[in-house]
Design a protein around this ligand. Structure first.
Ligand code: 3PY
Ligand code: MG
Length: 263
């Protein structure tokens, strides 16, 4: 099966960078894949497209060197299986609050007897290769999103779930759940303390920690905190920031203040 290059980098303890697709343009997802990112995630939860479009977006990513991943809308094994069938090499699942949900996520990413994924690899077979079915379980990454106080309360159990590749923090939802405003940088002290705990708990359990970031500056700081997978904003937030900077430079007006939620 075609190697999961993101997985190899993570196993080598590299700090990795992930792109985020939020608009329906296979060409743009292909451009992102050629932009030096280690992986590119097609975001079905908040991206402005549905499942049909996600197939073309994954094709766009897999035309380039970045590892294709998808964020599903919710914890639903049928949809997760379909995204894997569409060629995703990693699943980021929102709102994993309990150990049972984390177990269900891992099971959705694996074929029986280890999991519940149904057979029908479709495009996964084309992208992955003819031995896809035997190698998929050990190739695909599963990321449980930690983004609530309930998830924090259950963190030690969640990170210990066998087969889970890592946790992935949604700092905006986590901030809301902690009673803070999303999109602040520097992060509120309560959110920062939670992130320190998440990195430490996941590394102690032998799994990786990823996070969504508002921009490059915050991504660097979070890499220094120990995160292994950084997502420095979405395609749209990066484009908008670049356009605003360019407009300000031409008009000689005040530069952008930065910040925002990363969307
Ligand atoms: C969050 O910040 O809550 C996210 O889910 C990032 O996409
Ligand atoms: Mg979220």
């Amino acid at each position: 099966m075609r190697e999961n290059l993101l997985k190899r980098l993570l196993e080598d303890n590299s700090t990795t960078i992930n792109g985020w697709v939020s608009v329906d343009s296979p060409y743009l997802s292909e451009v992102l894949s050629y932009s030096g990112l280690d992986s590119v995630t097609v975001d079905l939860q908040h991206g402005m497209f549905g499942f049909g479009a996600a197939v073309g977006l994954l094709q766009g990513v897999s035309a380039g060197p970045a590892t294709p991943m998808a964020r599903c809308v919710t914890l639903d094994s049928a949809t997760i299986g379909k995204l894997l069938d569409a060629g995703a090499y990693g699943i980021i699942c929102p709102a994993i609050d309990t150990v049972e949900q984390a177990r269900a996520l891992v099971a959705a990413c694996r074929y029986p007897p280890r999991g519940v994924r149904s057979f029908g690899p479709a495009r996964g077979l084309l992208y992955g290769g003819s031995d896809y079915v035997t190698a998929a379980d050990s190739t695909i990454l599963s990321w449980a999103m930690i983004e609530s106080v309930t998830a924090l309360a259950n963190l030690d159990e969640i990170v210990a779930v066998p087969g889970l590749s890592g946790v992935f923090v949604g700092p905006n939802d986590l901030a809301l759940s902690l009673g803070e405003r999303p999109g602040q940088w520097p992060l509120p002290a309560t959110v920062w303390a939670a992130l320190e705990r998440i990195v430490s708990a996941s590394h102690s359990a032998g799994i990786k920690a990823g996070i969504f970031c508002v921009d490059a500056e915050s991504a660097r700081a979070l890499a220094e905190l120990g995160f292994d997978l950084l997502t420095p904003g979405t395609d749209v937030s990066i484009l908008r920031a670049a356009v605003e900077d360019r407009v300000a430079a031409i008009r000689d007006s005040a530069p952008r203040q930065g910040g925002g939620s990363g969307y």
